[in-house]
Design a binder for this molecule. Structure first.
Ligand SMILES: [Zn+2]
Length: 414
């Protein structure tokens, strides 16, 4: 039997047949390396215990099995337009879990909801509109996009309390909280930008976010309601303020903007703050590649950005912070970028060795999206979600693009 023929047979048998599958002769990632052996999937769950009845046997022929990739920061799942294609792009890249930290919930129609969080699709969590101050990011961005007609039936006047919420004080928070909760967010997104100059920037628009004192109130409120809080940051002081506010997750790492400070130390996370973030169990989602593709950068800027990203990522990692990765991808680009591109960029620039990068890509990033689900590891009782790679990704991290099969809840995805 030739290879292609057996491949087709394997797919057709495993996607239609029963629930109990024996996955034999695999090299399974155990968090430290690869271990030869057999796992069973029964009703979508992994187990080492052989079920009484086996429906199918899949011979993995020494191929390498890893947990799926997780995209911890992406805005692309934002409505009906091009949705099927976006889902296919994620699955093609091996990404099963996606977090959207700012979206207009009105555009997540029943059609959208029915196409995600299904066994054959990607699983997505949403923050809905983020919380910022008057004139803060992303107010102007959404007003501009709405004027361009990007949001279908929604114009600039519909953006407030949908695409974002303005929270300048405790009063605002109390008044608007019921509205925020009415959208059933999976978590709360907040914005800090250049917060060291919060007072100075009060009367300007853009390049600013919440008052750090208001952020503290939001975190307390959200935690009372069982919701995690993610905070967008720009500078090292924003990072520090987010840690002080006890947020659950920090989005982005400081990216040098010489227009704000020629002294790039404003963008360097110090070790003590990194250790404090680790002590508080705060996750950080680095959106590395996104920093390099902003327009108006010359090659010197790009070198500085990459060096700064790498330095910050290593500081966080060595301090024991749970480091995750997202692409900050958005709709409108073809092909749409995913976290796979960010990971390959980190590998190319040697941020970390292949083992560390693999753990960041699978274990850490999945945790930041679904902290309560048994995913991100190939262990007894965990969901039977995995990628089967043709070659060992620890020998060369780029091999994570060489996917033989994608399996979700014990079933092969086409
Ligand atoms: Zn973003």
């Amino acid at each position: 039997m030739n290879k292609i023929f057996s491949f087709i047979l394997l797919i057709s048998s495993l996607s239609c047949l029963g629930q109990n599958i024996q996955w034999e002769n695999g090299n399974w990632f155990n968090g430290k390396g690869f271990e030869k052996g057999t796992f069973y999937s029964t009703h979508g769950i992994l187990t080492r215990k052989k079920p009484a009845h086996i429906d199918s046997i899949a011979d993995l022929n020494g191929k390498y099995v890893i947990p799926p990739l997780a995209e911890a920061h992406h805005h692309g799942i934002d409505g009906e337009d091009g949705l099927d294609e976006k889902i296919q792009t994620f699955l093609h890249d091996g990404v099963f879990y996606v977090k959207n930290p700012n979206v207009i919930p009105d555009l997540l129609t029943p059609t959208v909801r029915n196409k995600i969080n299904q066994p054959q699709s990607i699983d997505v969590v949403f923050s809905n509109g983020g919380l910022t101050s008057t004139g803060g990011h992303p107010v102007d961005l959404h007003d501009m996009l709405a004027k361009q007609g990007v949001f279908k039936r929604m114009g600039p006047a519909d953006m407030e309390n949908h695409a974002y919420f303005i929270i300048d004080s405790r009063e605002d928070l109390e008044k608007k909280w019921p509205m925020i909760m009415a959208g059933h967010p999976d978590f709360i997104k907040t914005f800090l930008l250049f917060s060291e100059e919060f007072e100075k920037r009060k009367n300007q628009r853009g390049f600013k976010g919440l008052d750090p004192e208001v952020l503290k109130m939001i975190v307390q409120k959200a935690h009372h309601y069982g919701l995690r809080v993610s905070t967008h940051i720009e500078t090292a002081v924003d990072f520090k303020n987010a840690v002080a506010a006890d947020v659950d997750e920090i989005n982005h790492i400081p990216i040098p903007r010489k227009e704000f400070s020629a002294d790039l130390s404003a963008y360097v996370i110090d070790e003590a703050t990194a250790r404090e973030a680790a002590r508080k169990n705060i996750s950080v989602v680095a959106t590395v590649l996104e920093g390099s593709i902003r327009p108006g950068r010359d090659s010197n800027d790009l070198r500085n950005i990459t060096a700064n990203e790498m330095h910050n990522c290593r500081t966080l990692y060595h301090a024991g912070v749970r480091l995750a990765v997202g692409s900050d991808g958005i709709s409108g680009f073809k092909p749409m970028t995913t976290v796979l591109n960010s990971l390959l960029y980190m590998n190319k620039n040697q941020f970390f060795d292949a083992l560390t990068l693999l753990k960041i890509a699978t274990e850490n990033s999945a945790y930041t999206i679904y902290p309560k689900r048994k995913i991100g590891h190939l262990k007894e009782g965990y969901e039977a979600n995995f990628l089967i790679l043709n070659q060992d990704p620890l020998g060369d991290f780029n091999r994570i693009t060489d996917i033989y099969l994608r399996v979700k809840q014990g079933k092969v995805l086409f």
